[in-house]
Ligand binder design. Sequence first.
Ligand SMILES: [Zn+2]
Length: 136
Amino acid sequence: MSAGPVPKPIPETKEFWEGTLRGELRIPRCSACDRLFFYPRAYCPFCSSDAIVWETASGDATLTSYVINHRPFPDFESSEPQIIALVTLAEGVRMMTNLRGVEPNPEALSLGMPLTVRFEPRGDQALPMFVPKEVK
Ligand SMILES: [Zn+2]
């Protein structure tokens, strides 16, 4: 397992991190204006309501943007380049993540490529990473 910072759930993100431990990608929806949003927070970013409910996303996404980080992070044991990606979930919200199962090379990456979530244990948490959809 790659080492790195272990997320520390706070009240706004507790539901999200409990979901990742079960292998579910949980996304908050505002029940006042009926919009999904990400990242999790206590108030809807659109209408400031605190009427937040949670839904389980499909885990499908497409690649919206990425950078290949060649400098190792100080907290990471691995010095492999990391693909830091902005993905758009099938449900329409965007998420910053890392890509796995694909070469950190622009020739292997295309915007719009289909991705699916995979959960990676880290410490006592599990982090959502994305892999090309055909990779099992
Ligand atoms: Zn709202």
